[in-house]
Design a protein around this ligand. Structure first.
Ligand SMILES: NC(=O)c1ccc[n+]([C@@H]2O[C@H](COP(=O)([O-])OP(=O)(O)OC[C@H]3O[C@@H](n4cnc5c(N)ncnc54)[C@H](O)[C@@H]3O)[C@@H](O)[C@H]2O)c1
Length: 300
């Protein structure tokens, strides 16, 4: 299931505010926040191979990868609206990845992830950018139970955060919804599960998003016509998966990779290390160990 307010709610339409200012229905020039980060480093080469011209935005200087790829670089705080408007002007879409990517204290998480996302959406509106792709997370719905019957969890399952971080991502989605309903911005929220080079533990055999699929997903979110407002799982085609692929299919995302190809190696390399095996929380909840009373914290 996806939520497409353009078909279910006629308060707003996306009419001709399409993202298609480049060939093949994709925006030519995009802004990528968090461009010095790990996910951005994964997707930047793939996006430029597809023909996107990227303006990087980050509080850090460009990494070597980013410097070689990005046409421009805006070094600023993600809450600096005026700097964001300047960076976004002339872009057909914004991909917003900047943020605190794990659990941290409330003040930091809310300032960077919630205030920062509001600043990004407001700057996109002011700069006339028609579409924003937001990095949400599985932890926005971390306390949702894993289906016991082999079923799948819908893309738009209601928020049930497991951390302050998860609350911030639920707020990211709510802000996207508001900017769609109030201003007609097209917004795709990617509920990214576990994006790593390889699955690192048993849980990730179900929740892994490969770097190549992250590129496919971002490309689909940028180029799908008339997306309205959507929540889409960011996950690969894992044999053990329990996250729906319907939302991805609706925007033209076809995952290719399957974590299962790493399963034998993962368990062989782990040997007697029990930390690789699924914990009780991993077996019960989408958010796994982050549903414990003391979730792993983000380390600067
Ligand atoms: N990696 C995953 O598996 C995963 C899963 C779910 C969601 N996500 C989301 O994807 C996004 C990227 O994650 P990542 O793994 O690349 O994280 P990362 O920490 O590697 O990258 C985040 C980037 O944001 C920048 N940033 C942080 N605070 C900033 C600020 N105040 N102003 C400007 N820039 C700032 C950092 O400098 C960094 O370059 C995050 O929003 C994260 O919550 C990631």
């Amino acid at each position: 299931m996806t939520t497409d307010r353009t078909t279910t709610d006629d308060r707003t339409t996306t009419d001709d505010r399409t993202t298609a200012d480049g060939p093949h229905g994709r925006p030519d020039r995009i802004a990528l926040t968090g461009a010095a980060g790990s996910l951005a480093t994964d997707v930047l080469p793939g996006l430029t191979d597809l023909g996107y011209h990227v303006v990087g935005v980050d509080r850090k200087p460009a990494t070597d990868t980013a410097a070689a790829i990005c046409q421009d670089w805006a070094r600023c705080e993600i809450t600096d609206s005026d700097a964001l408007v300047t960076a976004f002007t002339g872009c057909g879409a914004v991909v917003h990845l900047a943020g605190i990517p794990l659990e941290a204290d409330w003040e930091t998480v809310s300032r960077v992830n919630i205030d920062g996302t509001q600043a990004v959406l407001e700057a996109a509106r002011r700069a006339g950018v028609p579409r924003v792709v937001l990095a949400s997370s599985i932890h926005a719905v971390g306390y949702v139970g894993i289906p016991a019957d082999g079923g799948t969890v819908p893309d738009d399952v209601p928020a049930r955060p497991n951390t302050f971080y998860g609350v911030s991502k639920a707020a990211v989605e709510a802000l996207g919804s508001l900017y769609h309903d109030r201003y007609g911005l097209e917004v795709v929220c990617l509920r990214i599960a576990s994006r790593f080079a390889r699955p690192r533990d048993e849980r990730m055999l179900a929740t892994w998003l490969s770097p190549a699929d992250a590129v496919r997903l971002t490309d689909a979110a940028l180029r799908a016509p008339g997306v309205g407002f959507r929540l889409v799982w960011g996950v690969s085609a894992n044999s053990r998966g329990y996250l729906s692929h319907s939302g991805g299919a609706a925007i033209g995302y076809t995952p290719v990779d399957d974590a299962e190809r790493y399963a034998d190696t993962l368990f062989a390399e782990a040997g007697d290390d029990p930390s690789v095996l699924a914990s009780e929380e991993d077996r019960r909840f989408l958010g796994g160990v982050f549903c414990s009373e003391h979730p792993p914290m983000f380390e600067w």
